[in-house]
Design a protein around this ligand. Sequence first.
Ligand code: ADP
Length: 497
Amino acid sequence: MKAVLALDQGTTSSRAILYNHSGDILGVAQKEFSQIYPKSGWVEHNPIEIWDTQLAVARQVLSDCRVDAKEVAAIGITNQRETTVVWDRTTGEPVYNAIVWQDRRTADYCDLLKSSSEAAAITARTGLVVDPYFSGTKLRWILDHVPQARARAQKGELAFGTIDTWLLWKLTQGRVHKTDSSNASRTMLMNLESLSWDLDLLKQFEIPDSLLPQIVRSSEIYGQSDPALFGSEIPIAGIAGDQQAALFGQNCTQIGMAKNTYGTGCFMLMNVGPKPIPSTQRLLSSVGWTRPNQQCYVLEGSVFIAGAAIQWLRDGLGIIKSASEVEALAKQVPDSDGVYLVPAFAGLGAPHWDAYARGTIVGITRGTTAAHLARAALEGIAFQVADVLTAMEKDSSSKLTELRVDGGASANNLLMQFQADVMQCPVVRPKIIETTSLGAAYLAGLATGFWKNDSEIQSIWQADRRFEPMMSPREAQARRERWADALDRSRQWVEKG
Ligand code: ADP
């Protein structure tokens, strides 16, 4: 066996990546697909286009690398989470477009739920805060709005799935209807403790259980791909949502290990071990992965604007020409000279949760230059990340020992050093920052024996660079207190309603 094939079905593109036994990338193929915006706040994808692009890139990477399907040990799937598809079990035809995680159409219903006595119980059972983001209310919307959908669902004619389930169904030509526990934990329909569909929640959302896939582990053989697709069967053996796959790809398999992805926004996940931890810090509690010998729960928090703040320096202010120039500009000054930039351009996420906050720059003097602003923008990203990580430490009653990083902006050494400084913990950037697809490949390869055990995988993971804290704890504390003051000035800025 030469390789494992990872399918990375993202929000804007479908990708296929082929990994060999040493964890090296043999090839990558990628195709974008259409974003559909039928109304303000609505976002849809065509499930057929998702499947067509995913199949096309899988075939392409195999042919580009001249790898035969017989030489592929396993397929692993990682996917945009929460996005909701309903299809006809007989024809395989979707009854409606996929409703994407970003879609806000169920906001009114969620507001109603949030103001009811049910909200706390939903959070206690699912680990999630009531929000349109998650699949449950999206699925309910389809059943309410597509003619005959609920009646047909009750007769067992329809199937629901997140994107992993949809791809698995298509890969097996409708023979397998399963989802893994990490994806199921993002539906707001799964009981986080028992890892099964929650019958009370199904009743509350009026969802017939005949629609639902079986919840299975993130690493096991679910079925074989149809031989007509790639020339011969390939076992499909790993599934995890994108953020959870990245945590696994970063080898954060021990309790207390965490990763952050620095992209447009930031996504942080911390491994909290075999039992879920309910958050008192307004973080989300989810499944990381379930494997034959390991059950991992996570705490999750995200920051809306991170790399996007650097895009704003480029496009809004024009003080840099490309994102990679920001480091050289920021390095022209030793510090931000008291300037703080709070990138609350779209409100504040975890743990502050203030939709009415807006971007704020404080501490400007006659001496402030573009370099100070660049530095303050980078520091603002690191402070936001530190706020989420500190909330995780409080919830888990543990101190972060190391932060593993990936994503486009993790290339910025100044940002990584400052992150280590304000968090007072080492920041480690791996050689391979393709962690999402690598995580899916690992899960699949482990289930089929392509990789024998965890230690084999741990030997693949290699650090590119480790950033140790250089700032004194006192200084870090003072800077974070000053940041908290700046953050206060950004809060509740736009008028409600
Ligand atoms: P996404 O997957 O969210 O599109 P990526 O992981 O591709 O994001 O990262 C792109 C983001 O990282 C952009 O917002 C960009 O501004 C930022 N970025 C890229 N390079 C750098 C850099 N050297 N320093 C800071 N930010 C950067």
